[in-house]
Design a protein around this ligand. Structure first.
Ligand code: KIV
Length: 276
């Protein structure tokens, strides 16, 4: 019945929230990637990725939209279910799409769909001070939460573009405060997107929960990138923090293993992938 007790004896047991916390404590970098279907999920898992996110980036890289705004809860459920079938070891996180968590009850309903129908083990929401009550409500119902700070792509039309966040002292300080409050409200992971290295470092040092970065510098507890970006599938310009891991590799599997290795030995991100 308690399969998790049996799994403890496995050479590479499935990753859970405790594994991720232990990795932070031991300063082992956490390798994360997005995935959207079972075949890629299996490759990513076999490469040793610790955490897989079914991101609402699927709106851009799978559905062909310009932003993540059109993505629905049903879209994420569909892709999460497919990814879950491909994973054996990695921890599965699913994104709460735009306007699926505008109040606590709606957030709970969306999160329950992602977990019950999709098989997600944690949900991610783009949040700041305004989402503290929502995170508290989810945590009160034992829903594991990853809070996404920094550049929040769902707010692209409000921000006026995909821009680095936290460059001025005031903004950096309020991001740090928000991160601490989100942790206190019950967030199990904080994800930081497109912030200067110093902001990534300060937030990581201040929090007990793991901090995963995408364009947040080398001093966070783990790195995440969009799968299609690192496999050179994405058409057109990619953000500064992206590295094409297909360079020098013949197969996606070799590229994915190289990504995991580069996160673990901290050769990724290099200075050219970072913001100041
Ligand atoms: O949707 C997504 O893929 C994300 C990552 C960019 C972190 O949120």
């Amino acid at each position: 019945m308690y399969t998790q007790l049996e799994q403890r004896g496995m050479a590479r047991p499935p990753v859970n929230v405790s594994t991720l916390r232990d990795m932070k404590a031991e300063r082992t970098p956490i390798a994360c990637l997005t995935a959207y279907d079972a075949s890629f999920a299996a490759l990513v898992d076999a490469a040793g990725v610790d955490l897989v996110l079914v991101g609402d980036s699927l709106g851009m890289v799978v559905q062909g939209h310009d932003t993540t705004v059109p993505v629905t809860v049903s879209d994420i459920v569909y892709h999460t279910r497919a990814v879950a079938r491909g994973l054996r070891r990695a921890f599965l996180v699913a994104d709460m799409p735009f306007m699926s968590y505008s109040n606590p009850d709606q957030a709970l309903e969306s999160a329950v769909r992602l977990m019950q129908e999709g098989g997600a083990m944690m949900i991610k929401l783009e949040g700041g001070e305004g989402q503290i009550g929502i995170v508290e409500h989810l945590a009160r119902h034992d829903i594991p939460v990853c809070a996404h700070l920094g550049l929040k792509p769902q707010s692209v039309h409000k921000i006026g573009g995909f821009k680095v966040q936290g460059r001025d002292t005031e903004q950096a300080k309020s991001m740090l405060d928000a991160a601490k409050r989100l942790q206190d409200a019950g967030s199990d992971i904080v994800l930081l997107e497109c912030v200067p290295n110093e902001v990534g470092q300060a937030i990581t040092a201040a929090l007990d929960v793991p901090v995963i970065g995408i364009g947040a510098g080398p001093d966070v507890d783990g790195q995440i990138l969009v799968l299609y970006d690192i496999l050179d599938i994405t058409q057109g310009r990619t953000p500064r923090f992206v590295r094409n891991f297909m360079t020098g590799h013949d197969t996606p599997q070799a590229a994915l293993e190289s990504y995991v290795g580069a996160v673990r030995d901290r050769s990724y991100p290099a200075p050219e992938h970072c913001f100041s």
